[in-house]
Design a protein around this ligand. Structure first.
Ligand code: C6P
Length: 415
């Protein structure tokens, strides 16, 4: 670990020193302002080194190894599972399933719990602000099994219209699956309240935590949520790795996802029995080095403190919203700072979002333009795409100033 626990505000200079990529120039003489952590975060040395150490001195396949190196690798892998469990306050490490990404975690629930428990006419309740990862897997199931999909509407302001929820819950959904933080609007949804209301209506609740888990403290027991999906690469960890949290009794009752090695107890030529959770859902050799890297990322975030991370993200977002307001012709989507954190998506009068991002790039500012895998949400606001700046614990107000200066250059070009 390169940083020590901090009770108060985080020390950004110290944090930035841990991220080699942040010290690169975007182009000769131009400082890099990396404002695309919503897509994927940068990685601290602690994560890079943990993976390096794994490959240098611990590498072997896990489970069933009868030699020391294999045992060391298995211990490192399972220790990371325990760290992730602690990070989201799961009651048992076994409730943590490693997948490839948040997308696969949602697909796992749709294809196992969904296929086994939903029949024609059953309702899955989503929201209009979902990322395609929490939309298309349910559409696929709807096409296959004839389940129905309904959506909690998004208001003009960009928050969930909870007034519409009682009528939707009266339709007795079997599952309510929703994002805890919009990747486009930055909206923080009232996750605990939605889970509670879902349970009162006898539905299960799943949270897409791809954006919220990296930015906000997460306590699955306090939330009482049934499933939580998130990705390692947005929370300082490596790519190619996701997490599905599930309550143990639900996971135990679910059929397996993919078939192959590790997920079985016994195999005959025409039949098999499944292994215990979590192995039941981790077929084949997993992303061992990545899991070790995620363990280091969790150590890092816990040492900084998720309360401090959330407070700092909020402060940066508030500053960004304030400064973006100064730029004439620019429209930021989503609610005010009281409901929002960590990103700002905007359009610029007369300029295509891709052109805006391209000009920002020339000034060293890395943003993302497009529909951000949330086409229905963009349709709702009558726009095809936005430019999005997203913030994380290593960003600074100076980088937001760099964004604003670059936006004035955009204005010069597009009038
Ligand atoms: N959003 C973004 O730039 P994966 O790709 O599986 O790691 O995460 C999917 C996902 C699910 N839910 C939400 C709310 C997300 O934001 C994402 C990923 C990226 O906004 C890539 S489109």
């Amino acid at each position: 670990m390169t940083i020590s626990p901090q009770a108060g505000p985080l020390d950004v200079d110290k944090i930035r020193a841990d991220f080699p990529i942040l010290h690169m120039e975007a182009s000769p003489g131009v400082k890099l302002a990396y404002l695309d952590s919503g897509a994927s975060s940068q990685k601290p040395l602690a994560v890079i080194e943990a993976m390096n150490t794994y490959y240098r001195s611990q590498n072997a396949n896990i489970h069933r190894a009868v030699y020391t190196l294999g045992e060391v690798a298995t211990e490192a892998y399972e220790a990371a599972r325990a760290k992730v469990a602690k990070f989201i306050n799961a009651s048992k490490p076994r409730e943590i399933i490693f997948t490839r990404n948040a997308t696969e975690s949602v697909n796992l629930v749709a294809q196992t719990w969904g296929r086994a428990n939903l029949k024609e006419g059953d309702l899955v309740l989503l929201t209009e602000m979902e990322h395609h990862a929490n939309l298309v897997p349910w559409q696929m199931l709807a096409a296959e099994k004839g389940i129905r999909l309904e959506f909690i509407p998004v208001t003009e302001e960009g928050i969930l219209d909870l007034a519409a929820l009682p009528a939707l819950l009266e339709q007795k959904p079997k599952l309510v699956s929703f994002t805890a933080m919009s990747n486009v609007l930055g909206t923080i949804t009232p996750a605990a309240e939605i889970v509670r209301l879902a349970h009162e209506a006898s539905a299960l609740a799943m949270i897409d935590g791809a954006q919220s888990v990296p930015h906000l403290p997460t306590d699955v027991q306090a939330l009482d949520v049934d499933f939580l999906a998130f990705s390692s690469h947005k929370m300082l960890g490596p790519t190619g790795l996701g997490v599905l949290y599930g309550k143990l009794d639900l996971l135990n009752a679910m059929p397996p996802f993919m078939g192959g090695g590790d997920m079985i107890k016994r195999v005959e030529l025409r039949s098999f029995t499944t292994n215990e959770v979590p192995q039941k859902f981790e077929a084949g050799t997993p992303a061992i080095a990545e899991v070790v890297g995620l363990g280091a990322a969790v150590d890092y975030l816990m040492a900084v403190g998720m309360d401090a991370v959330a407070a700092y993200d909020h402060e940066l977002t508030a500053y960004a919203l304030e400064r973006l307001e100064e730029v004439q012709g620019l429209k930021v989507f989503g609610p005010g700072i009281e409901h929002k954190s960590s990103n700002a998506s905007f359009t610029f009068e007369g300029a295509h979002p891709h052109d805006v991002a391209e000009i920002l790039n020339r000034h060293g500012v890395a943003t993302r333009a497009g529909h951000h895998c949330a086409m229905p949400l963009h349709n709702k606001f009558g726009i095809p795409s936005t430019t999005r700046a997203s913030f994380y614990l290593y960003n600074t107000k100076e980088e937001i100033d760099q964004l604003i200066e670059a936006l004035y250059k955009v204005k010069e070009i597009f009038g």
